[in-house]
Design a binder for this molecule. Structure first.
Ligand code: MN
Length: 400
């Protein structure tokens, strides 16, 4: 049995008073993050967007989770700082970052600023992070009560952020986890509007993480919604520890294979900032690398073979990178409508160029033949396009 974040969701809302949403979130198990940006000329949006961009690159190889997360956080700081110093319009921009990585029996965190992480266990919500804010420091030193802090005029002044300085001090720590734990990462737009008891009640009463995220945001808006509100939730579950497990295979409907133009068009249409769409994916066990690279022999024939092989591998890697930006809709092995990231292809040797990205609540059997043909076409789409389509399907809003 190994512990995994099987179910997770991210949801972000502009709130009732702000015109733009400068928060951003990242949720691709086992890596999660919430970033609350600040700065004029949309700098906040840019700064928190750079966090997502950095996290999309994944954890550094060969480093323990805590150290890896801290490294990723410093990398994001570096990128934001570079941009802020080279682009006068973005000068002074910054962002908070609260990030989590689900490892082996524990969850590692990296934290800078006043976004927060909580663990919900036995119906109790426990805060895991310390706010790097003026009032947070004063509360810890006993100079302010929690109540006074909530009403303090300088409550939104933070003492640490990514971006303003060339280096940043990152809080790194890990907490133990067990099946059933739910972790919450959120921006201060939630915690400044909704008390911890209300948050607890919502988590206790919700049927699903999607439901909980929606209700948390609604509660913040009902209490005024003075700031952007962002919520990431993930639930830890025990799954059989079979490292050889197979990911779901999509049923390829329709025979038209996408062309290079399709790929380019879909990649161009893919929107990078798409924090609004909730996501869930099944766990994707990695296959062990079974094929060791062939050993070159010292003959000319072998050398040219190796050159050809190298080119093939490079093309494969290029296609894989390109495929990360495109999505298609199909059905998984259980006949459930699923959004896949990548290309609807399989390479020789069973390597596929896609992964399950979002499993909907809709079975393909529920759709008319006409709709099935129209929707499950494996046409390449942008992330928002594919997510919207499946979302509408779930809400029963697709006609025909
Ligand atoms: Mn905020």
């Amino acid at each position: 049995m190994i512990l995994r974040a099987v179910d997770f969701v991210q949801l972000s809302d502009t709130g009732r008073e702000r015109r733009t949403n400068e928060d951003n979130a990242f949720a691709e198990a086992p890596l999660f993050a919430v970033a609350d940006g600040m700065g004029g000329a949309r700098g906040g949006e840019v700064a928190s967007g750079i966090v997502v961009e950095t996290f999309t690159g994944g954890m550094p190889d060969g480093v323990a989770p805590e150290a890896g997360l801290a490294e990723l956080t410093r990398e994001a700081n570096h990128r934001i700082h570079e941009r802020a110093t080279s682009d006068a319009e973005r000068s002074g921009m910054g962002t908070t970052l609260t990030a989590a990585y689900v490892g082996d029996g524990e969850v590692a965190f990296a934290h800078v600023g006043d976004s927060r992480a909580y663990r919900f266990r036995d119906s109790k919500l426990g805060q895991l992070t310390n706010d790097h804010s003026l009032v947070g420091e004063l509360v810890r030193r006993g100079k302010l009560t929690e109540q006074q802090a909530e009403e303090h005029p300088q409550r939104s002044v933070i003492t640490r952020a990514l971006g303003p300085e060339a280096s940043v001090q990152v809080d790194s720590f890990s907490v133990s986890t067990q099946p059933g734990d739910v972790f919450l990462l959120c921006s201060d737009g939630l915690t400044s509007m909704v008390g911890v008891e209300t948050m607890e009640d919502i988590l206790r009463e919700s049927d699903s993480l999607d439901d909980a995220a929606r209700r948390l945001i609604d509660a913040a808006n009902e209490n005024g919604g003075r700031d952007n509100i962002t919520v990431v939730l993930f639930r830890i579950e025990g799954v059989p520890g079979d490292a050889d497990g197979q990911a779901d295979q999509p049923t390829i409907v329709g025979e038209k294979a996408p062309t290079a133009e399709d790929v380019a068009a879909a990649a161009a249409a893919a929107s990078p900032a798409d924090a609004g769409a909730p996501r869930r994916t099944a766990p994707l066990p990695r296959r062990p690398d079974s094929e060791a690279p062939p050993k070159p022999r010292r003959s000319r024939r072998a050398a040219s073979l190796l050159a050809v092989l190298t080119i093939v591998v490079l093309i494969g890697v290029g296609a894989w990178i390109g495929s990360r930006a495109v999505f298609f809709v199909g059905t998984n092995s259980n006949g459930i409508v699923t959004v896949y990231r990548g290309l609807p292809f399989e390479l020789p040797g069973g390597l596929h160029l896609y992964e399950s990205y979002y499993t909907s609540g809709v079975s393909a059997n529920e759709l008319s033949a006409d709709r099935r043909k129209r929707i499950l076409d494996n046409h390449l789409r942008s992330k928002s396009d594919a997510s919207d389509l499946v979302r509408k399907l779930e809400l029963g809003q697709v006609g025909g």
